[in-house]
Write a protein of this length. Sequence first.
Length: 405
Amino acid sequence: MNLLLVTDSYPPEIRSASHLMLELAEELHNRNHQVTVITTWPEYNLDQDVDPRQFAEKENENGITILRIKNLPHHNVNYLLRGIAELFMPIKFLWKLRQHNIHSDALVVYSPPLSLALVGILFWDKSARFILNVQDLFPQNAIDLKILNNSWHIRFFRALEAFAYRSADVVTVHSDGNQQTVLRQYPNLVDKLRILHNWVDVGHHEANDIRVDFRKKWNIQQKYVAVFAGVIGPSQYLELVLHVAEQMSDQSELLFLLVGNGKEKEKLQKLAQEKSLSNVRFKDFVSREVYPDLLRICSIGLICLSPQNQTPVVPGKILGYMAAGLPVAAFLQSSSDGHGVVKSAQCGFSADSADKDACVQAMRGMMLLSDSFAKMGQNGKIYATENFSKEVCVSKLESMLRKVA
């Protein structure tokens, strides 16, 4: 099949979405599909230790056609400008797809941003099957975080959401809780709404060759390292991690390592400095190629989401930790299906991010079981391989792509 993947993020940009879409493109290509990816020009979340290379608008990377399109700034800008850029993005994508004469038997559109659903809706090959892969339940998540509070804006994005769901041949969400949440609001989707768990390339974390010794590079002396690696924004609520670190300053052998960038990073660095948190360090993003090397020197994978989130989202980075054999400490809103993943996999501890004391106790509980880290990590890896491997998940997606509507 000729397949088109539509996403605002793709390597070399570093974020969960870009890794997911790369792994999807590679696996589909390995299954003899002709894959084209359309995405934005790489400008955000780049590995600062890697010299940027020159890109062409259209390139072939390992048999996959990549269209990288320049767009208005849509990260690290205020929410008004971001909204305008995201609404302009599908128009630019459609124009470039037409210009490059791209045709497809099926499209997979990654949301957010929800506006990219317009590419699937307005794509000229009307027989093409349109799969909308919904990660964040927008606009509800933006309403929960008080990012979106203007009633007219909410009505507009609710209408766009309904139009996108109605127009897609299949709408996928990544957990049971997300499916039930969507069906409560849109019960007419019962015949087209499917669960497609986020996937992870387990093999990527099993390579024996070590490119970077991060313990040496960053002069890490502590025996145990609890790592958060990802976007540092308001939804991640990493001030909670700083609170846990402050309460656990007596654990001299434990380092809290926050790797990434985002709107909240500077504020958090200032807060850590004000609190004199010597057990907290900040580093910039590292590339996907050396990410397994980073996790290899860590002891615990940290997940954190704001209690203001009301949707059942499961953070994608949890799967990377599990694939790498890291035990997980998850501080999540009570509605998150991530609690169930950690419990089912028996790969660590989770706590309600609204309860700071419970989060501290969960972390202390993990440290008391440091002798069991290897067992917890192995549990997580087995569970991820059986339930979230890219091979398992892409097979499910393939059946959706091939099924006659």
